[in-house]
Design a protein around this ligand. Structure first.
Ligand code: 1PR
Length: 570
């Protein structure tokens, strides 16, 4: 009998990426639309993205939770991804709703005392031996993309049931957790194979090409071993390529790149005098087409991609939004995480239909985005939070509504800070505890002997607010952001290197992962930022777009200096 592959979508999160992966691999599938569809399926994949509670509640409200459990218990092959694996467990401390209790152990939160949470990025999956299982033949651990705050602990003494199911384990900080389960007809991964580049696609393909009878009969080999944490985990530093997208003067959507956020060519002044400085105001720089560049960066080993709609501070309706088409097309060829930013806010369509920020974000997730990034709205939300004097938001901000539905790991806050230089002798303002002092021997002349604090801006640097980066970082974490992208208007496009003072300042205020951005001019700048700060990822735009430095070159430089990166992506 030929395979009838079904996919389960409970309506929250990026399931499009899995669909795109399967199409790329040449597998056909049908979506589960009703409880009856489970009877037709001979294989089922559940790409659970988002938050445990939303997943369980949505499945329940659609009448799919019971049939899902019956399907799994019927012995037909099942592949659960992320939340699709977690629902197999008894419970999750993320949610009062119980899981399916097929594995009698809880899902609990990572300890964030000594590490950032969520666990986000590429980490190794170390196989435990499974007898007679071709999926277990892999000897080298492969790197896969993880993004989660909750996990099943691998601890055979406390959780013997979960250990029995364990197929691979992964270490984050000093915690060892179950990164995939495999028993009889069930396979589940905490990581996202559909977002794990070629290694992930190969894993999906192997499962789908293994005869269904074999997939339905995996057995464990022996008593699960007790594992002790290694001195260092294998989570790699991420290298991200960012594309600033806007319409140029001819009306085409292009990737552009500014110097300190000015994306127009420098037009020489009409004055013949050489003493007159060049002025701005030329054409919008065009560095390529977003979808083609995204595909190039994926193939050259980028660990993540970021697409920013940089003119979204203008009216940015959801209806006929051109960035949605860009995301849809990029997601067909890119199988690493995609972050989309710009315009994630309440808006009104041309026909007068109001669209909430959550609706806008949902449209991007459905198109194939894995994370959305908010800049201006995040500043306004923190300003409201501080004005309220409360320790917690009222649940209505875009950060809160999106994090509630999709999980905080899906919400990035992009900060656009600018330096405010002050006289350290006389400055007595509210940000004196956040002052940064330029090193006397700084290579950047303008910094020597100066002091400054970092203010937040909105609308792509056009409006300066009386809010510091530390206030913003603390505030957005409180509201539910899962990652902070730290740009620098002073360094953007300068090639002078990342602003490590700024990154360390933000890092010191938050427990969520931080991405360093702005100023990369050579491969060694990535090394400097990873050696000089604890940042989890570094992002660049100009040097990649202009072909001055390749992603592979950056990774070679990091690897040869002992920084863990994901190599061998071909
Ligand atoms: O306010 O939520 O609609 O989001 C708008 C988004 O667009 C923000 O994330 C903001 O950073 C971005 N943005 C707005 N205007 C610009 C601009 O350049 N005129 N781009 C802009 C910001 C900064 C980085 C850049 C790095 C690396 N670009 O994304 O890629 O600085 O550059 P480099 O390696 O060449 O130095 P909202």
């Amino acid at each position: 009998m030929s395979q009838k592959l079904y996919l389960l979508d409970y309506g929250a999160g990026n399931v499009q990426s899995l669909a795109n992966s399967l199409t790329k691999l040449g597998h056909t599938f049908t979506w589960i639309n009703s409880p009856e569809d489970f009877n037709q399926a001979t294989s089922l994949i559940f790409p659970g993205v988002g938050a445990f509670e939303t997943a369980v509640q949505n499945l329940e409200s659609k009448g799919l939770l019971g049939p899902l459990k019956q399907y799994i218990q019927s012995g037909k092959p099942y592949f659960g991804i992320c939340i699709g694996m977690q629902v197999l467990f008894q419970s999750s401390t993320e949610s009062p709703s119980p899981g399916l209790d097929i594995i009698h152990s809880p899902i609990t939160r990572f300890n964030d005392e000594n590490k950032t949470v969520p666990h986000m990025g590429w980490n190794a999956a170390d196989p435990l031996p499974v007898e007679g299982d071709s999926l277990g033949d892999q000897t080298d651990p492969a790197y896969y993309y993880f993004v989660h705050s909750y996990c099943a602990k691998y601890d055979p003494k406390t959780y013997p049931s979960a250990a029995e199911w364990t197929f691979t384990t992964t270490q984050y900080g000093d915690e060892i957790f179950i990164s995939s389960v495999r028993k009889e007809n069930v396979f589940g991964t905490q990581f996202h194979p559909e977002k794990s580049g070629k290694a992930g696609l190969a894993l999906l393909d192997r499962w789908l090409r293994t005869p269904e009878s074999e997939r339905a009969s995996a057995t464990r080999a022996s008593t699960p071993p007790v594992l002790t944490p290694k001195s260092k985990h294998s989570l790699t530093k991420r290298i991200i390529a960012c594309m600033d997208v806007r319409t140029n003067d001819e009306g085409d959507l292009v990737v552009t790149k500014g110097d300190q956020y000015d994306v127009r060519e420098k037009a020489p002044s009409s004055s013949p005098s050489s003493s007159v400085k060049a002025t701005t105001g030329g054409a919008v720089r065009n560095l390529g087409k977003p979808v083609a560049l995204a595909s190039t960066y994926y193939n050259s080993g980028a660990d993540e991609l970021c697409l920013l709609n940089i003119t979204s501070f203008r009216h940015s309706p959801l209806q006929d939004q051109p960035m949605l088409a860009v995301v849809r097309a990029a997601a067909e060829t890119v199988f690493v995480p995609l972050t989309i930013g710009g315009g994630i806010k309440d808006t009104v369509d041309p026909d007068g239909t109001p669209r909430s920020a959550l609706e806008v974000a949902s449209a991007y997730f459905r198109a194939g985005a894995d994370k959305v990034s908010l800049a201006s709205e995040a500043v306004y939300a923190v300003e409201r939070l501080l004005a309220s004097g409360k320790e917690k938001g009222d649940g209505t901000s875009a950060i809160e509504t999106i994090a509630h539905a999709y999980g905080r790991q899906a919400v990035v806050v992009s900060i656009d800070p600018k330096r405010v230089y002050v006289d350290p002798e006389t400055y007595d303002g509210p940000f004196k505890n956040e002052l940064v002092y330029g090193r006397p021997n700084s290579a950047i002349e303008a910094e020597r002997g100066k002091a400054w604090w970092y203010t937040c801006t909105t609308s792509g640097g056009r409006q300066t607010r009386n809010l510091s980066v530390c206030q913003l970082a603390r505030g957005v974490e409180m509201l539910g952001a899962g990652e902070i992208l730290v740009n620098s208007i002073d360094r953007d496009g300068t090639g002078l290197g990342f602003d490590s003072d700024l990154i360390n300042l933000v890092k010191g205020c938050t427990k969520v992962p931080v991405v360093a951005s702005s100023g990369a001019g050579k491969a060694e700048h990535f090394l400097t930022v990873f050696e000089g700060t604890d940042v989890e990822a570094a992002l660049a735009a100009g040097i990649f777009h202009r072909g001055e430095v390749g992603i592979g070159q950056v990774k070679e430089c990091l690897k040869s200096n002992g920084i863990a990166v994901r190599m061998n992506v071909a």
